[in-house]
Design a protein around this ligand. Structure first.
Ligand SMILES: [Zn+2]
Length: 379
C-alpha cells in the first residue's frame, strides 16, 4: 500500500500518457486529408505529367501535382484549365475532374490541373469547423472528395511574414504568402506557394499554352461572383462568351482584371506569359462569412438558413432562395462558361482552333446532377 501511494503520480501519468497515445492513434487513422482521391481519366487521355516535370525543384514536395494532358490528333489551340487554386472552392476542382473523366480532344490540346494548390487540399481553414470530405453517390458507388483550405497548409510553409511583398511587387497581408492566386508569376527559389506558381508559369511556357481558364468560387456576399474576370487582352473573348451565355439564359457579369492588382492568374498569365486569360467565379455559400454550421448539405446542396436570411435582407450579390446553390448547378455554370469561352475562341481565331467532344452539356448536368458525369469508384 505504501509502495503504491509512493508511485501514485507515476501510474496516473502513465495511464494518461497511454490514453493520449490511443487518442492520437485513432484520430490519425480517421484523419486522411493527405490522401489524394482518384480521378479516372477518359480514354482520350494522352498522358499524366507532374508539375515537377516542368520545374524539377517541386519534385517530392507537397506542392507537386498531377497535370492531365489531352492532345488531339490534329494540332490547334492549347488550353489550360486549373481547378483547386483555392481548395475550399469545390466547384473549381470538381469541374476539372468532370472534364478529365469525360472529354476527348479532336483538335488542339487541353491541359488540366485539378489540384493547382495540392498542399491546400491537405488541411481546412482554421476556426471554420469545415468538413474533411463531401461525396456524391454514383450508380456504382460513392465518390468522396476533400474540402480543403484557401491557403497552402502551414505545416508545409511556415511561418508567414507580417507583410508579404509578392513576386509582382505588391504588398499584401502576411497570410497571402500561402495564397496561390496572389503568388504569380512565382519565384524559383521562394516560398513553396511561389514555387508552385513558378511551376505553373513554366508549364504554360513549355506546353505552349494559348489560353488559360482558372476555375474559382466566391462567397455570396462578395461582389465578384457569377462572373468572368478577364485580362485586358481577353476582353473581346469574354464579352462574346457573356453574350452567348445570356442567349442561353445564364447571367454572368464581366469583370476586367484590375491592372494594379498583381499576382493573380488573370493578371500575370496575360502580362508575363502573354497568353489569353480568364477566371470564372460561381457562388459558394460554404466559404462565406455569413454561413451557419458547415454541414454536408451546405457544401453539396449549398443550403444555409443564414444565407436565406441575408438574401431576404438584400445583402447578397446573387439570387438565393430555399433551394440553395447546389454544387451540380455551380459545376454546370462552370461548364457552360467554359464552352462559351472556347466557342468564342474558335470564332475569333479560325486558324488555331480547339475541338473537344464529350464536354458535358450544362443543362444535362444540371438535370442529372454531377454524379451522372463521374465514373463509379474503381475499388
Ligand atoms: Zn478562389
Amino acid at each position: 500500500m505504501v509502495e503504491f501511494r509512493k508511485n501514485y503520480h507515476f501510474y496516473t501519468a502513465l495511464i494518461l500518457l497511454l490514453l493520449g497515445l490511443l487518442l492520437a492513434f485513432f484520430s490519425g487513422l480517421q484523419f486522411k486529408m493527405s490522401q489524394e482521391e482518384d480521378i479516372y481519366p477518359a480514354p482520350g487521355l494522352s498522358r499524366i505529367n507532374r508539375l515537377s516535370d516542368y520545374f524539377p525543384a517541386l519534385a517530392g514536395t507537397p506542392g507537386d501535382t498531377k497535370v492531365f494532358i489531352f492532345e488531339g490528333p490534329e494540332k490547334g489551340a492549347n488550353v489550360l484549365i486549373t481547378g483547386g487554386t483555392h481548395p475550399n472552392e469545390p466547384a473549381g476542382f470538381l469541374t476539372a475532374a468532370v472534364l478529365i473523366e469525360n472529354i476527348q480532344v479532336k483538335r488542339g490540346k487541353m491541359v488540366i490541373i485539378p489540384r493547382a494548390n495540392a498542399s491546400g487540399f491537405t488541411c481546412n481553414d482554421p476556426m471554420d469547423a469545415s468538413l474533411q470530405r463531401f461525396y456524391f453517390e454514383t450508380m456504382g458507388g460513392r465518390r468522396q472528395f476533400r474540402f480543403g483550405s484557401r491557403l497552402t497548409n502551414p505545416v508545409h510553409q511556415w511561418p508567414d511574414p507580417t507583410l508579404y511583398e509578392n513576386p509582382a511587387g505588391q504588398m499584401l497581408s502576411g497570410s497571402e504568402v500561402r495564397n496561390l492566386n496572389r503568388c504569380y508569376p512565382g519565384r524559383p527559389h521562394g516560398y513553396l506557394t511561389e514555387k508552385v506558381a513558378f511551376g505553373i508559369m513554366e508549364m504554360i511556357r513549355q506546353e505552349k499554352i494559348d489560353l488559360g481558364v482558372d476555375l474559382h468560387e466566391s462567397a455570396p456576399e462578395y461582389p465578384v461572383i457569377n462572373a468572368i474576370v478577364f485580362h485586358d487582352n481577353s476582353a473581346e473573348l469574354a464579352a462574346m462568351a457573356q453574350i452567348a451565355l445570356q442567349a442561353e439564359g445564364l447571367d454572368f457579369r464581366l469583370e476586367a482584371s484590375p491592372v494594379n492588382l498583381r499576382g493573380l492568374s488573370h493578371r500575370e498569365w496575360g502580362d508575363v506569359a502573354g497568353i489569353k486569360a480568364v477566371l470564372i467565379e460561381t457562388p459558394n455559400p460554404a466559404q462565406g462569412r455569413l454561413k451557419g454550421k458547415t454541414t454536408l448539405a451546405l457544401v453539396v446542396e449549398g443550403k444555409d438558413k443564414d444565407y436565406l436570411k441575408a438574401s431576404r435582407l438584400g445583402r447578397l450579390f446573387i439570387p438565393y432562395d430555399e433551394n440553395g446553390v447546389p454544387l451540380s448547378e455551380r459545376v454546370s455554370r462552370h461548364l457552360a462558361a467554359l464552352a462559351a469561352v472556347l466557342e468564342s475562341w474558335n470564332e475569333m481565331d479560325s486558324e488555331n482552333q480547339i475541338d473537344i467532344s464529350g464536354l458535358p452539356d450544362w443543362k444535362e448536368l444540371l438535370e442529372k446532377g454531377v454524379e451522372a458525369f463521374l465514373q463509379p469508384p474503381k475499388k
